[in-house]
Write a protein that binds this ligand. Structure first.
Ligand SMILES: *Cc1c(COP(=O)(O)O)cnc(C)c1O
Length: 356
Protein backbone atom coordinates (compact mmCIF):
# COMPACT_ATOMS: atom_id res chain seq x y z
CA UNK A 1 0.00 0.00 0.00
CA UNK A 2 1.32 3.45 -0.85
CA UNK A 3 1.03 6.45 1.42
CA UNK A 4 -1.13 8.05 -1.28
CA UNK A 5 -4.11 5.70 -1.00
CA UNK A 6 -7.31 7.46 -0.01
CA UNK A 7 -8.09 6.83 3.68
CA UNK A 8 -11.46 5.40 2.73
CA UNK A 9 -9.77 2.34 1.20
CA UNK A 10 -7.03 1.55 3.70
CA UNK A 11 -9.06 -1.16 5.40
CA UNK A 12 -10.80 -2.34 2.22
CA UNK A 13 -10.62 -6.12 2.05
CA UNK A 14 -10.69 -7.00 -1.66
CA UNK A 15 -12.38 -10.08 -3.06
CA UNK A 16 -10.15 -13.15 -3.45
CA UNK A 17 -10.94 -15.00 -6.68
CA UNK A 18 -10.45 -18.78 -6.87
CA UNK A 19 -7.05 -19.97 -8.07
CA UNK A 20 -6.35 -19.92 -11.83
CA UNK A 21 -3.11 -21.94 -11.72
CA UNK A 22 -0.57 -21.83 -14.52
CA UNK A 23 1.95 -24.26 -12.95
CA UNK A 24 0.32 -27.59 -13.79
CA UNK A 25 -2.79 -29.19 -15.21
CA UNK A 26 -5.31 -29.73 -12.45
CA UNK A 27 -8.78 -31.17 -12.65
CA UNK A 28 -10.21 -27.73 -12.13
CA UNK A 29 -13.35 -27.82 -9.99
CA UNK A 30 -12.85 -24.57 -8.10
CA UNK A 31 -14.44 -21.60 -9.87
CA UNK A 32 -17.75 -22.90 -11.24
CA UNK A 33 -16.77 -22.52 -14.87
CA UNK A 34 -18.45 -24.72 -17.47
CA UNK A 35 -16.33 -27.74 -18.44
CA UNK A 36 -17.73 -27.42 -21.98
CA UNK A 37 -16.42 -25.00 -24.62
CA UNK A 38 -18.58 -22.30 -26.23
CA UNK A 39 -20.84 -23.48 -29.06
CA UNK A 40 -19.26 -24.05 -32.52
CA UNK A 41 -21.31 -21.04 -33.75
CA UNK A 42 -19.83 -18.83 -31.05
CA UNK A 43 -16.30 -19.97 -31.87
CA UNK A 44 -16.95 -19.21 -35.55
CA UNK A 45 -18.61 -15.85 -34.86
CA UNK A 46 -15.55 -14.44 -33.16
CA UNK A 47 -13.83 -14.49 -36.51
CA UNK A 48 -10.66 -12.89 -37.76
CA UNK A 49 -12.65 -10.21 -39.58
CA UNK A 50 -14.05 -9.04 -36.24
CA UNK A 51 -10.53 -9.02 -34.83
CA UNK A 52 -9.56 -6.76 -37.75
CA UNK A 53 -12.17 -4.23 -36.57
CA UNK A 54 -10.62 -3.89 -33.12
CA UNK A 55 -9.33 -0.45 -34.12
CA UNK A 56 -12.96 0.72 -33.78
CA UNK A 57 -14.84 1.20 -30.51
CA UNK A 58 -17.67 -1.27 -29.82
CA UNK A 59 -21.35 -0.22 -29.93
CA UNK A 60 -21.92 1.44 -26.52
CA UNK A 61 -25.68 0.79 -26.73
CA UNK A 62 -25.06 -2.95 -27.29
CA UNK A 63 -28.22 -2.91 -29.36
CA UNK A 64 -27.93 -6.30 -31.03
CA UNK A 65 -27.10 -8.10 -27.81
CA UNK A 66 -29.91 -6.38 -25.89
CA UNK A 67 -32.35 -7.27 -28.64
CA UNK A 68 -31.28 -10.94 -28.52
CA UNK A 69 -31.65 -11.05 -24.73
CA UNK A 70 -34.99 -9.21 -24.81
CA UNK A 71 -36.34 -11.78 -27.31
CA UNK A 72 -34.98 -14.67 -25.25
CA UNK A 73 -36.64 -13.46 -22.02
CA UNK A 74 -39.81 -11.91 -23.54
CA UNK A 75 -38.98 -8.39 -22.47
CA UNK A 76 -38.41 -5.05 -24.17
CA UNK A 77 -34.93 -3.89 -25.06
CA UNK A 78 -35.18 -1.09 -22.49
CA UNK A 79 -35.63 -3.72 -19.76
CA UNK A 80 -32.18 -5.18 -20.46
CA UNK A 81 -28.80 -3.99 -19.18
CA UNK A 82 -25.46 -5.55 -20.16
CA UNK A 83 -21.96 -5.05 -18.86
CA UNK A 84 -18.52 -6.57 -18.26
CA UNK A 85 -19.56 -9.58 -16.16
CA UNK A 86 -22.29 -9.68 -13.54
CA UNK A 87 -19.77 -8.53 -10.92
CA UNK A 88 -19.63 -5.26 -12.83
CA UNK A 89 -23.43 -5.03 -12.73
CA UNK A 90 -23.63 -5.87 -9.03
CA UNK A 91 -21.04 -3.17 -8.40
CA UNK A 92 -23.25 -0.66 -10.25
CA UNK A 93 -26.33 -1.83 -8.34
CA UNK A 94 -24.67 -1.33 -4.93
CA UNK A 95 -23.59 2.13 -6.08
CA UNK A 96 -26.93 3.11 -7.65
CA UNK A 97 -29.42 1.64 -5.17
CA UNK A 98 -27.54 1.74 -1.85
CA UNK A 99 -24.50 4.05 -2.12
CA UNK A 100 -22.58 5.95 0.54
CA UNK A 101 -24.52 5.95 3.81
CA UNK A 102 -27.02 3.41 2.43
CA UNK A 103 -27.76 -0.10 3.64
CA UNK A 104 -27.82 -3.53 2.08
CA UNK A 105 -29.25 -6.80 3.40
CA UNK A 106 -28.02 -10.23 2.33
CA UNK A 107 -27.43 -13.67 3.86
CA UNK A 108 -24.40 -14.15 6.15
CA UNK A 109 -23.33 -17.03 3.94
CA UNK A 110 -23.51 -16.00 0.30
CA UNK A 111 -21.43 -14.60 -2.55
CA UNK A 112 -18.39 -12.93 -0.93
CA UNK A 113 -18.38 -9.99 -3.30
CA UNK A 114 -21.51 -8.39 -1.75
CA UNK A 115 -19.54 -7.45 1.35
CA UNK A 116 -16.68 -6.06 -0.71
CA UNK A 117 -19.03 -3.80 -2.69
CA UNK A 118 -20.47 -2.52 0.59
CA UNK A 119 -17.02 -1.65 1.91
CA UNK A 120 -16.00 -0.08 -1.39
CA UNK A 121 -19.04 2.19 -1.56
CA UNK A 122 -19.54 2.95 2.13
CA UNK A 123 -22.73 0.90 2.34
CA UNK A 124 -23.61 -0.70 5.69
CA UNK A 125 -23.70 -4.48 5.22
CA UNK A 126 -26.45 -6.19 7.22
CA UNK A 127 -25.84 -9.92 7.14
CA UNK A 128 -28.85 -12.06 7.96
CA UNK A 129 -28.03 -15.56 9.28
CA UNK A 130 -29.12 -18.53 7.22
CA UNK A 131 -31.22 -21.10 9.05
CA UNK A 132 -29.54 -24.11 10.67
CA UNK A 133 -30.05 -26.13 7.47
CA UNK A 134 -28.41 -23.33 5.42
CA UNK A 135 -31.69 -22.28 3.81
CA UNK A 136 -32.86 -18.66 3.58
CA UNK A 137 -35.89 -17.60 5.64
CA UNK A 138 -37.83 -15.22 3.35
CA UNK A 139 -39.57 -13.46 6.27
CA UNK A 140 -36.18 -12.25 7.52
CA UNK A 141 -36.02 -9.99 4.45
CA UNK A 142 -39.39 -8.24 4.89
CA UNK A 143 -39.71 -4.47 5.47
CA UNK A 144 -36.03 -3.60 5.14
CA UNK A 145 -34.69 -0.03 5.03
CA UNK A 146 -32.13 -0.78 2.32
CA UNK A 147 -31.41 -2.83 -0.78
CA UNK A 148 -31.96 -6.58 -0.52
CA UNK A 149 -29.57 -8.89 -2.39
CA UNK A 150 -30.15 -12.62 -2.68
CA UNK A 151 -28.32 -15.14 -4.82
CA UNK A 152 -30.85 -17.71 -6.02
CA UNK A 153 -29.66 -20.46 -6.07
CA UNK A 154 -27.47 -19.28 -3.22
CA UNK A 155 -23.69 -19.66 -3.29
CA UNK A 156 -21.91 -21.66 -2.00
CA UNK A 157 -24.83 -23.72 -0.69
CA UNK A 158 -26.65 -24.34 -3.99
CA UNK A 159 -30.01 -24.04 -2.20
CA UNK A 160 -33.03 -22.26 -3.74
CA UNK A 161 -35.88 -20.04 -2.68
CA UNK A 162 -39.25 -20.62 -4.37
CA UNK A 163 -40.76 -17.93 -6.59
CA UNK A 164 -43.54 -17.46 -4.00
CA UNK A 165 -40.91 -16.66 -1.37
CA UNK A 166 -39.16 -14.20 -3.69
CA UNK A 167 -42.48 -12.57 -4.52
CA UNK A 168 -43.20 -12.19 -0.81
CA UNK A 169 -39.85 -10.43 -0.35
CA UNK A 170 -40.67 -8.10 -3.26
CA UNK A 171 -44.17 -7.37 -1.93
CA UNK A 172 -42.83 -6.60 1.55
CA UNK A 173 -40.19 -4.15 0.28
CA UNK A 174 -42.16 -1.86 -2.03
CA UNK A 175 -39.70 1.03 -1.57
CA UNK A 176 -36.46 -0.92 -1.89
CA UNK A 177 -34.69 -2.55 -4.80
CA UNK A 178 -34.48 -6.33 -4.48
CA UNK A 179 -31.61 -7.82 -6.48
CA UNK A 180 -31.91 -11.50 -7.33
CA UNK A 181 -28.51 -12.79 -8.47
CA UNK A 182 -29.30 -15.71 -10.78
CA UNK A 183 -25.75 -16.70 -11.73
CA UNK A 184 -26.73 -20.38 -11.36
CA UNK A 185 -30.41 -20.35 -12.27
CA UNK A 186 -30.00 -22.39 -15.48
CA UNK A 187 -28.92 -25.43 -13.45
CA UNK A 188 -32.30 -26.08 -11.88
CA UNK A 189 -33.56 -22.90 -10.23
CA UNK A 190 -36.69 -21.01 -11.27
CA UNK A 191 -36.03 -17.54 -12.65
CA UNK A 192 -37.72 -14.50 -11.14
CA UNK A 193 -37.85 -12.86 -14.59
CA UNK A 194 -41.59 -13.57 -14.76
CA UNK A 195 -42.09 -11.33 -11.70
CA UNK A 196 -40.61 -8.23 -13.41
CA UNK A 197 -43.91 -7.30 -15.04
CA UNK A 198 -45.63 -6.70 -11.70
CA UNK A 199 -42.69 -5.67 -9.51
CA UNK A 200 -40.93 -2.43 -10.40
CA UNK A 201 -38.43 -2.99 -7.54
CA UNK A 202 -37.01 -6.26 -8.94
CA UNK A 203 -33.61 -6.47 -10.61
CA UNK A 204 -32.62 -9.90 -11.90
CA UNK A 205 -28.88 -10.31 -12.59
CA UNK A 206 -27.49 -13.13 -14.72
CA UNK A 207 -24.17 -14.04 -16.31
CA UNK A 208 -22.71 -15.75 -19.38
CA UNK A 209 -19.89 -17.08 -17.17
CA UNK A 210 -21.44 -20.31 -15.91
CA UNK A 211 -24.22 -21.86 -18.01
CA UNK A 212 -23.02 -20.18 -21.23
CA UNK A 213 -19.34 -21.20 -21.08
CA UNK A 214 -18.02 -17.64 -21.39
CA UNK A 215 -16.29 -16.84 -18.08
CA UNK A 216 -13.27 -15.65 -20.07
CA UNK A 217 -15.29 -13.22 -22.20
CA UNK A 218 -16.71 -11.25 -19.22
CA UNK A 219 -20.38 -10.73 -19.95
CA UNK A 220 -23.31 -10.26 -17.60
CA UNK A 221 -26.83 -8.89 -17.93
CA UNK A 222 -29.59 -7.50 -15.77
CA UNK A 223 -33.33 -7.57 -16.37
CA UNK A 224 -35.84 -5.26 -14.72
CA UNK A 225 -38.23 -2.38 -15.26
CA UNK A 226 -36.99 0.32 -17.60
CA UNK A 227 -36.38 2.96 -14.92
CA UNK A 228 -34.07 0.65 -12.95
CA UNK A 229 -32.24 -0.19 -16.18
CA UNK A 230 -31.90 3.52 -17.03
CA UNK A 231 -30.31 4.10 -13.60
CA UNK A 232 -27.72 1.41 -14.32
CA UNK A 233 -27.05 2.92 -17.76
CA UNK A 234 -26.40 6.26 -16.12
CA UNK A 235 -23.73 4.73 -13.88
CA UNK A 236 -22.21 2.78 -16.77
CA UNK A 237 -22.03 5.90 -18.96
CA UNK A 238 -20.37 7.68 -16.03
CA UNK A 239 -17.62 5.08 -15.77
CA UNK A 240 -17.02 3.18 -19.02
CA UNK A 241 -19.64 3.18 -21.82
CA UNK A 242 -17.50 0.64 -23.72
CA UNK A 243 -17.34 -1.91 -20.93
CA UNK A 244 -18.14 -4.76 -23.35
CA UNK A 245 -15.55 -5.24 -26.06
CA UNK A 246 -16.32 -6.05 -29.71
CA UNK A 247 -15.39 -9.74 -29.49
CA UNK A 248 -17.51 -10.33 -26.41
CA UNK A 249 -20.50 -8.53 -27.97
CA UNK A 250 -20.32 -10.85 -30.99
CA UNK A 251 -19.84 -13.93 -28.81
CA UNK A 252 -22.80 -12.94 -26.62
CA UNK A 253 -25.21 -12.53 -29.54
CA UNK A 254 -24.19 -15.88 -30.99
CA UNK A 255 -24.48 -17.57 -27.58
CA UNK A 256 -28.11 -16.48 -27.32
CA UNK A 257 -28.66 -17.78 -30.86
CA UNK A 258 -27.23 -21.17 -29.84
CA UNK A 259 -29.30 -21.31 -26.68
CA UNK A 260 -30.24 -24.97 -27.11
CA UNK A 261 -26.55 -26.00 -27.13
CA UNK A 262 -26.04 -24.33 -23.76
CA UNK A 263 -29.27 -25.63 -22.26
CA UNK A 264 -28.29 -29.17 -23.30
CA UNK A 265 -24.96 -28.69 -21.53
CA UNK A 266 -26.87 -27.63 -18.41
CA UNK A 267 -28.91 -30.83 -18.61
CA UNK A 268 -25.66 -32.84 -18.81
CA UNK A 269 -24.20 -30.97 -15.84
CA UNK A 270 -27.36 -31.55 -13.78
CA UNK A 271 -27.16 -35.29 -14.53
CA UNK A 272 -23.49 -35.40 -13.57
CA UNK A 273 -24.22 -33.39 -10.40
CA UNK A 274 -26.93 -35.78 -9.28
CA UNK A 275 -24.63 -38.76 -9.93
CA UNK A 276 -21.75 -37.22 -7.95
CA UNK A 277 -24.10 -36.27 -5.10
CA UNK A 278 -25.30 -39.87 -4.85
CA UNK A 279 -21.78 -41.28 -4.96
CA UNK A 280 -20.47 -38.88 -2.30
CA UNK A 281 -23.41 -39.67 -0.03
CA UNK A 282 -22.72 -43.38 -0.32
CA UNK A 283 -19.12 -42.56 0.63
CA UNK A 284 -20.46 -41.04 3.87
CA UNK A 285 -20.45 -37.39 2.83
CA UNK A 286 -23.08 -34.87 3.88
CA UNK A 287 -24.09 -33.09 0.64
CA UNK A 288 -26.53 -30.19 0.42
CA UNK A 289 -29.18 -30.66 -2.31
CA UNK A 290 -27.83 -28.39 -5.05
CA UNK A 291 -29.66 -26.58 -7.84
CA UNK A 292 -26.39 -25.16 -9.19
CA UNK A 293 -23.32 -26.37 -11.13
CA UNK A 294 -21.48 -27.11 -7.90
CA UNK A 295 -22.09 -29.07 -4.73
CA UNK A 296 -21.27 -28.22 -1.13
CA UNK A 297 -20.14 -31.24 0.86
CA UNK A 298 -18.38 -32.33 4.03
CA UNK A 299 -17.37 -35.54 5.76
CA UNK A 300 -17.00 -36.26 9.45
CA UNK A 301 -13.42 -37.02 10.45
CA UNK A 302 -11.73 -34.74 7.93
CA UNK A 303 -11.55 -30.96 8.04
CA UNK A 304 -12.52 -28.96 4.96
CA UNK A 305 -9.08 -27.41 4.70
CA UNK A 306 -7.36 -30.81 4.85
CA UNK A 307 -9.73 -32.21 2.25
CA UNK A 308 -8.96 -29.26 -0.03
CA UNK A 309 -5.21 -29.78 0.46
CA UNK A 310 -5.32 -33.55 -0.02
CA UNK A 311 -7.27 -33.08 -3.25
CA UNK A 312 -4.81 -30.47 -4.47
CA UNK A 313 -1.86 -32.78 -3.76
CA UNK A 314 -3.54 -35.32 -6.00
CA UNK A 315 -4.21 -32.82 -8.78
CA UNK A 316 -7.79 -31.72 -8.06
CA UNK A 317 -8.66 -28.10 -7.27
CA UNK A 318 -11.81 -27.35 -5.27
CA UNK A 319 -12.78 -24.30 -3.20
CA UNK A 320 -12.58 -24.07 0.58
CA UNK A 321 -13.92 -21.13 2.58
CA UNK A 322 -12.22 -20.53 5.91
CA UNK A 323 -15.37 -19.15 7.47
CA UNK A 324 -17.46 -19.97 10.52
CA UNK A 325 -20.19 -22.62 10.02
CA UNK A 326 -18.85 -23.67 6.61
CA UNK A 327 -15.16 -24.37 7.25
CA UNK A 328 -15.80 -28.13 7.22
CA UNK A 329 -17.24 -27.98 3.71
CA UNK A 330 -15.65 -27.91 0.29
CA UNK A 331 -17.35 -26.56 -2.83
CA UNK A 332 -16.94 -28.80 -5.83
CA UNK A 333 -17.70 -27.49 -9.33
CA UNK A 334 -19.32 -30.09 -11.57
CA UNK A 335 -17.00 -30.97 -14.45
CA UNK A 336 -17.37 -33.53 -17.23
CA UNK A 337 -18.33 -37.12 -16.40
CA UNK A 338 -14.72 -38.18 -16.92
CA UNK A 339 -13.38 -35.48 -14.59
CA UNK A 340 -15.91 -36.36 -11.92
CA UNK A 341 -15.12 -40.07 -12.13
CA UNK A 342 -11.45 -39.25 -11.51
CA UNK A 343 -12.49 -36.94 -8.68
CA UNK A 344 -14.57 -39.67 -7.03
CA UNK A 345 -11.71 -42.16 -7.34
CA UNK A 346 -9.35 -39.69 -5.66
CA UNK A 347 -11.91 -38.93 -2.94
CA UNK A 348 -12.09 -42.66 -2.16
CA UNK A 349 -8.31 -42.82 -1.82
CA UNK A 350 -8.27 -39.80 0.49
CA UNK A 351 -11.02 -41.24 2.68
CA UNK A 352 -9.04 -44.47 3.06
CA UNK A 353 -5.82 -42.60 3.88
CA UNK A 354 -7.08 -39.75 6.00
CA UNK A 355 -10.39 -40.34 7.69
CA UNK A 356 -10.02 -41.63 11.23
C1 LIG B 1 -19.85 -16.27 -10.55
C2 LIG B 1 -20.81 -15.38 -9.83
C3 LIG B 1 -20.99 -14.06 -10.22
C4 LIG B 1 -20.04 -13.36 -11.16
O1 LIG B 1 -20.14 -13.68 -12.44
P1 LIG B 1 -19.35 -12.88 -13.58
O2 LIG B 1 -20.43 -12.62 -14.58
O3 LIG B 1 -18.30 -13.81 -14.05
O4 LIG B 1 -18.80 -11.60 -13.01
C5 LIG B 1 -21.98 -13.32 -9.61
N1 LIG B 1 -22.74 -13.84 -8.62
C6 LIG B 1 -22.56 -15.10 -8.19
C7 LIG B 1 -23.41 -15.62 -7.09
C8 LIG B 1 -21.58 -15.90 -8.78
O5 LIG B 1 -21.36 -17.12 -8.32
Amino acid sequence: MSRFLNNAFISLDAYTPGEQPRDKAYIKLNTNESPYPPSPETVKAVSSSEVCDLNLYPDPTCKELKQALADRYNLNENQVFVSNGSDDILNFAFLAFAGKGGKAYFPDISYGFYEVFCELHGVTANKIPLKQDFSICADDYFNKDGMVVIANPNAPTGLCLSLEEIESILDNNPDQVVVIDEAYVDFGGLSAVALIENHENLLVVQTFSKSRSMAGARLGFALGNKELIADLEKIKYSTNPYSINRLTLIAGVSAIKSDSYYMENCTKIIKTRDFVTKELRSEGFYVLPSSANFIFAKKDGIEGKRLYEALKEKGVLVRHFNKERISDFIRITIGTDAEMKSFLQIIKEICEEEVK
